[in-house]
Ligand binder design. Structure first.
Ligand code: EPU
Length: 301
């Protein structure tokens, strides 16, 4: 979708940088996705006005974070994408509190805090993506999930059209799910973290990284785990037991290393990936009677 010149002039006044015709394949870890205009939101305080303007002009939008848990449709996309600048993201520590911009890199935040003797997030260091994406999904690994440490989140709340601060007791953090609305935009977070000497946190980070390297296809294009684990079960183990590792549809394949990671082995399209997801889901359903739920977020046309 293209922004007209008249709208782009008004967006500029609101501090928005327009990047025309970007390919979302270049902005997602799967390397899949069509083309649209990107609006870089350089001033938090104008976000409500930007979104109102888009609504008035009938321009649909989606908010793109780190793009690491996302499968985007092919071709010309019928919505523009909003994005926060990722350069010079703010991070600061005061006592046991950390204040971090949502556009910051998640692993960068964990090491920043670790170096200031704040621990607790060791398992998250190898999870690719932004802090905002991790908050929205309640990202987790190796016994840690980000929600545990959240004290406050500053966000653009779609239901009120305002920037608000919500406290931890107003947010529900569940397994890979939170009470944030899909069109809320995370802006900043305040975390309260346990004190831990840097060397101890570093040792924990090394252990998690080792486990991750041994079991996950880190050097291939993926969106992490495709399916959530069903209660008490393991999607990866079930798919593996069905001998589906390496199974391909076009350029999309079940990883040889971890069966719940689906990788782009060449020029995979969104439709290749969707077919693979549907096939695997159907095979698991018929063998185990379990309907796997997507963890990956789908942006279809
Ligand atoms: N397994 C297999 N074959 C496979 C993959 C796994 O038999 O191909 C078995 C393993 O041997 C193990 C069990 O399944 O006994 C669980 O595997 P693993 O420890 O790799 O954990 P997982 O449940 O598959 C979850 C998260 C990962 C996270 C790891 C480590 C989900 C859907 N996945 O994976 O998160 O990194 O634990 O904590 O919750 C993600 O969310 O994108 C993600 C990668």
């Amino acid at each position: 979708m293209r922004i007209s010149e008249s709208v782009s002039g008004r967006l500029k006044e609101l501090g928005v940088e327009l990047r025309p015709a970007i390919s979302l394949a270049d902005h997602t870890s799967l390397g899949i996705g069509g083309t649209t205009d990107q609006l870089l939101l350089r001033r938090f305080e104008t976000i409500p006005d930007v979104i109102r303007l888009l609504a008035d002009e009938n321009i649909p939008h989606r908010f793109l974070g780190g793009g690491t848990n996302l499968l985007v449709a092919d071709g010309e996309l019928p919505w523009v994408v909003l994005h926060l600048p990722t350069s010079q993201t703010g991070m600061r520590v005061e006592g046991n509190e950390a204040f971090v911009d949502a556009a910051a890199d998640l692993g960068g935040m964990v090491t920043f805090c670790a170096k200031r003797d704040l621990g607790g997030m060791e398992g998250l260091v190898g999870v690719p993506g932004s802090v905002g994406g991790a908050l929205r999904m309640n990202a987790g690994a190796y016994g840690t999930q980000i929600g545990t440490w959240v004290k406050e989140v500053e966000l653009y709340r779609a239901s009120t059209g305002q920037i608000e601060t919500v406290r931890d007791d107003e947010i529900r953090f569940d397994y890979r799910h939170t009470s944030f609305a899909v069109d809320d935009i995370m802006l900043r977070v305040k975390l309260v973290l346990p004190s831990k000497p840097f060397q101890e946190t570093l040792a924990g980070i090394r252990v998690c990284n080792e486990k991750r390297r041994a079991s996950q296809p880190l050097n291939q294009k993926s969106a992490g785990c495709i399916f959530k684990n069903p209660p008490g079960g393991s999607a990866g183990r079930m798919i593996d037991e069905l001998k589906l590792k390496g199974h391909r549809v076009g350029g999309a394949a079940v990883s040889d290393r971890h069966a719940n990671f689906f990788v782009n082995v060449g020029q995979a399209t969104c439709s290749d990936m969707l077919k693979l997801i549907d096939e695997v889901r159907a095979r698991v359903q018929s063998a185990y009677g379990v309907e796997l739920e997507n963890e990956v977020i789908l942006w279809r046309n």
